[in-house]
Design a protein around this ligand. Structure first.
Ligand code: ZN
Length: 437
């Protein structure tokens, strides 16, 4: 064989080889199963963006994503249709204030017992159980706002759900929360004992920045701090409180968190605590019972979200007595003003502050309607608004093409009876069905 023949031969071998490799990879491509399609026929669809429900809507889902939403329409041939033609279909609910690691703390004793008598692994097991409860109540996304002494176990619950090891909502978590030394339980034990703390004690500007970095290193999506404590009424009739951090410390927490691309939630109940948190530049105010007219204006102007957690306030008040009962009425009045002034109100319940097994957190919707929202406004406060708060508007909050298939259904009409949302009959998260009654 001449050199030229040899070259020709090897070239043809090489071409054959490359061609067969290409064909093989094409075949492999064809063999790869396309994501499964499924369709939902919805009797009434509240999609989260339209002002009125859409009758007889068809939602086509491909894998974990919504492929199309049409009024009427015919499902693609061969695609399984889930018949919800007698139901109202809505976007998955979002609760922006939960504690999956907590199981009710009406009294200090309830709280101390959980931190002293239950190990963190035991609490994490209950945390996974609570996450499932939330999902089965229609909450496909939650923001969990601190572990109450269970360190970073919320990150573990979140990861196990994300890896589909256990059922639960999508989660954003805030890990340990912060107060200065001595300003959060467990307190009152002998100084000889090292008892667990419900938060991370953080002092000084340097300490604040370090704590933020540490919590984010271990998986915090949010930083939460306690702006105040010791709530009390003064002669002006306003609910006041003792502010925990100096302004310099609070500003350091917020600045460092924002610098690292995360957001800050502040527990703030009294007017002084709310004012301090707004001065520091937080992104969300939690509870906010003592909101004054001026503070409501400031929140509306700055676009700070309010997470009212009415369910927990109403639930713990009888057991705690004193100011807690007055605070429920106070918050109702603040809610009505904030609604009129256009404050962004995101649904949050403080589930965990009440026992997950005793109350359905969807009760919060009912309070919002009783306090002055239209049913549609209440639904938006538990879907679209929290989606924005979480920075996930492109993925959740509405039933629209391209979003994650997080879909729930109820048999009645929640626009006529909002309590219907406490009786979900169907829950889908990322295209997977978790409940079907
Ligand atoms: Zn809370």
């Amino acid at each position: 064989m001449t050199r030229r023949d040899l070259l020709k031969k090897w070239t043809s071998v090489l071409i054959a080889l490359v061609t067969s490799m290409c064909l093989a990879s094409q075949a492999q491509e064809k063999g790869k199963a396309a994501p499964k399609q499924v369709a939902i026929r919805a009797g009434r669809l509240i999609d989260g963006k339209s002002d009125a429900p859409i009758a007889n809507a068809l939602i086509v889902i491909e894998g974990d994503t919504i492929k199309s939403v049409t009024a009427g329409g015919t499902p693609p041939t061969g695609v399984e249709v889930l018949d919800l033609s007698k139901a109202t279909v809505l976007p998955g609910f979002v609760d922006t204030h939960t504690h999956v690691l907590l199981n009710g703390d009406i009294t200090a004793e309830d709280y101390d017992a959980q931190l002293l008598k239950q190990s963190i692994p035991y609490r994490a097991i209950l945390g996974a159980r609570n996450a499932r409860v939330a999902l089965e109540h229609g909450f496909t996304t939650i923001r969990d706002l601190e572990t109450e002494g269970a360190m970073y176990a919320d990150v573990d619950v979140k990861s196990a759900i994300a890896k589909e090891e256990v059922p639960g909502p999508r989660m954003q978590v805030s890990t340990r929360a912060m107060t200065p030394t001595g300003m959060y339980p467990l307190l009152g034990y002998s100084w000889e004992l090292q008892v667990p703390k419900g938060v991370q004690y953080v002092d000084g500007v340097v300490g604040a920045r370090k704590a933020v970095r540490e919590q984010i290193m271990y998986g915090a999506d949010w930083i939460k701090y306690y702006s105040d404590r010791r709530y009390h009424f003064e002669a002006d009739g306003v609910l006041h409180s003792m502010v925990n951090f100096t302004d310099e410390e609070a500003k350091a927490i917020v600045d460092e968190t924002h610098r690292l691309g995360k957001k800050v939630a502040a527990h703030a109940i009294g007017s002084d605590g709310i004012a301090a948190a707004l001065r520091a530049g937080v992104d969300t105010i939690e509870h906010g019972d003592g909101l004054t007219d001026a503070l409501i204006d400031e929140m509306a102007r700055k676009g700070v979200y309010w997470v009212p957690t009415i369910t927990v306030g109403a639930y713990v008040a009888p057991g705690r007595g004193g100011n807690w009962t007055k605070m429920v009425d106070l918050e109702k009045a603040a809610f009505q003003k904030a609604l009129k002034k256009g404050v962004k109100i995101a649904l949050g319940t403080d589930a965990g502050g009440f026992d997950w097994k005793e109350l359905n957190q969807a009760k919060e919707f009912e309070y919002y309607v009783n306090y002055g929202m239209t049913p549609m406004q209440a639904i938006r406060s538990g879907t679209v608004v929290p989606a924005e708060l979480l920075g996930w508007s492109d993925k959740i909050g509405t039933i629209e093409t391209g979003k994650w298939a997080d879909i729930v259904a109820v048999s009645g009409d929640p626009l006529k009876d909002i309590a219907e949302l406490e009786r979900v009959t169907f829950v889908m998260k990322a295209g997977r069905i978790y409940l079907r009654k």
